[in-house]
Design a protein around this ligand. Structure first.
Ligand SMILES: *Cc1c(COP(=O)(O)O)cnc(C)c1O
Length: 411
């Protein structure tokens, strides 16, 4: 894409001082000196706090907000969020250990994901966290392990709904899926669950991710709640957790608009009374990853060489797809689009040019920006990829080509 507008919504995220991006009150050049190396990721704790407040203000007071850790499992970030949200959702035992190191009580931590092993399940049962069961086989295994361990496992059923989250960047429910138990099987599964020594907590219905269309989210919430109301009668115990998923998206690409979550909140306001009536003991949970952290993070690398090839300028940096796969366009994108990328120490620089920003890897896939208009930059200037607080380092193949790993800081 040529000449992406420099007025991308992401560019209003952080203040600019003397044409330098400011993160956590520290000018980027100074921050880079403090870190002592490039590349690095920096996450702004104030921005994360602000984001949670925005959610609290827009969503009904009764909504329980969970952080889905896989978006950014950096321990300091998770610890910070543990003090702000009502629960943590983990997707591996590694994440569970980070979650348990925080102040979050075990019963407010839930573990989802297919293919959990005996060892992983034993760790989770012993920890006393809630297991979101992804299959009937897993349910039987959990019951067996609970008996062995002498602990009654806390379980919720992950339901694979009979609808999809329309317009979602990633669909994770509806149709045949590796996630959850098909909605039509749930009555039989609940019947079986009632006969096992399991502590039934409720339902987890997650239909998809990265959605920027409020109408689609409203529809998904409506259908999710309808589905839960159909299932509740068959439950062996009162529903205490109704996790309705999340999927709130953030704008990455030119032309994308920020999601209006007030509309989402008003819709939930309308839906909650029925839930309260039918499931008076249920905490209604919204679980979010990227919406909470994506815009609070930046990835910073340094220009090593400014190279011209047949009329095109390449800025070769010390960072690339091995640290930030998503910005390279290789994490679930069908057509490569540029993330918002700026020269962090010359954000609005008057002299502008169209350049490609690439990394040091020996593969043509190692692109951070393809023919993007930016301030004219030179060796030692800092390239910043915005919207990098979620699915950045954690979703990247850091060992590919064996270059040094980036640092992560929370400021
Ligand atoms: C990945 C995931 C999330 C987080 O999705 P985001 O798009 O980061 O908000 C939430 N719940 C489940 C079950 C997930 O697998």
């Amino acid at each position: 894409m040529n000449g992406d507008s420099p007025k991308h919504v992401a560019l209003t995220q952080f203040p600019i001082q003397n044409d330098c991006l400011v993160i956590g009150d520290i000018p980027l050049t100074r921050l880079a000196q403090r870190v002592g190396q490039t590349p690095f990721y920096a996450y702004d704790r104030g921005k994360i706090t602000e984001r949670v407040k925005l959610l609290r203000d827009a969503l009904p007071r009764d909504i329980h907000l969970h952080y889905a850790m896989k978006a950014n499992p950096m321990p300091a970030v998770v610890q910070h969020l543990a003090g702000l949200v009502d629960g943590l959702d983990v997707a591996s035992v590694g994440e569970m250990h980070v979650a348990l190191d925080t102040t979050m009580p075990a019963e407010c931590i839930s573990f989802a994901g297919p293919g959990k092993t005996r060892r992983e399940l034993s760790c989770a049962i012993s920890a006393g966290i809630v297991l979101n069961m992804e299959s009937e086989k897993e349910m039987l295994l959990i019951a067996e392990l609970g008996e062995e361990l002498g602990v009654r496992p806390n379980v919720a059923i992950r339901v694979n709904p009979d609808f999809e989250l329309k317009a979602a960047g990633m669909k994770m429910g509806g149709g045949p899926k590796q996630f959850g138990i098909d909605a039509e099987r749930i009555p039989a599964v609940l019947d079986q669950l009632g006969k096992l020594d399991l502590n039934f907590m409720g339902f987890h219905i997650f239909s998809g991710s990265q959605n920027l269309k409020p109408e689609a989210i409203l529809e998904a919430h409506e259908k999710t709640i309808q589905l839960s109301l159909q299932l509740v009668d068959k439950a062996p115990a009162p529903v205490r957790i109704l996790n309705i998923g999340g999927g709130f998206g953030v704008p990455y690409f030119p032309g994308e608009q920020a999601l209006d979550i007030r509309v989402v909140g008003e819709n939930l306001d309308r839906l909650l009374p029925t839930v309260k009536q039918q499931m008076p003991e249920a905490d209604v949970v919204v679980e979010l990853g990227r919406y909470i952290v994506a815009e609070a993070g930046i990835y910073v690398c340094r220009i090593l060489e400014r190279k011209s090839s047949r009329g095109r300028i390449f800025l070769i940096t010390d960072g690339g797809l091995h640290h930030h796969l998503a910005a390279s366009g290789n994490f679930g994108q069908v057509i490569r689009k540029n993330y918002p990328v700026v020269i962090g120490n010359k954000v609005t620089g008057r002299k502008r040019e169209v350049v490609s920003v690439v990394g040091p890897l020996c593969t043509p896939l190692d692109i951070l920006a393809d023919q993007l208009e930016m301030a004219q930059a030179n060796e030692d200037d800092l390239v910043v990829v915005m919207q990098s607080g979620a699915y950045g380092l954690t979703a990247s193949p850091t060992d590919f080509l064996n270059h040094p790993k980036p640092l992560e800081i929370l400021v």
